[in-house]
Design a protein around this ligand. Structure first.
Ligand SMILES: [Zn+2]
Length: 134
């Protein structure tokens, strides 16, 4: 059995279902280059729908823009300091590589944050749920 996580933040970081904090939000690993974005329709543990309404994850794009901006700023900062302000192409290449490598994480966390903030799902540990919902 998986241990139940009571903290919303920890469950979010581990990309678990916002309702039971047990089911995984994504079917494959973030390192799977083709299927990293695949989500089941419902939580395999508590049957919570993972897409509360059609097109729900369009809004996640804005969160992912914020991630992209942060990735660019942090990469630029690191390149500046670690490589002692190199030529422009080094910045451009580093930022592009970092952005591509971090796309799966950025996409998955954008969706997870979207679901936690705007999905209207309350944490409901299974021990308090009626038997019919198990
Ligand atoms: Zn669940």
């Amino acid at each position: 059995m998986m241990a139940t996580i009571d903290s919303n933040t920890l469950a979010l970081l581990q990309q678990r279902c916002p309702r039971c904090h047990e089911g995984q939000l994504f079917t494959h690993s973030a390192f799977n280059p083709v299927r990293f974005a695949e989500m089941p329709e419902r939580c395999p543990v508590c049957s919570q729908a993972y897409e509360p309404e059609p097109g729900f994850y369009w809004g996640a794009m804005f969160i992912s823009y914020a991630f992209s901006t942060a990735i660019m700023l942090v990469t630029g900062f690191l390149v500046y300091h670690l490589l002692h302000d190199p030529a422009v192409w080094v910045y451009v290449t580093s930022v592009a590589v970092a952005a591509v490598l971090l796309t799966p994480l950025s996409l998955r966390y954008s969706r997870t944050i979207m679901l936690y903030l705007f999905g209207g799902v309350q944490y409901q540990p299974r021990r308090y749920q009626p038997a019919g919902n198990r």
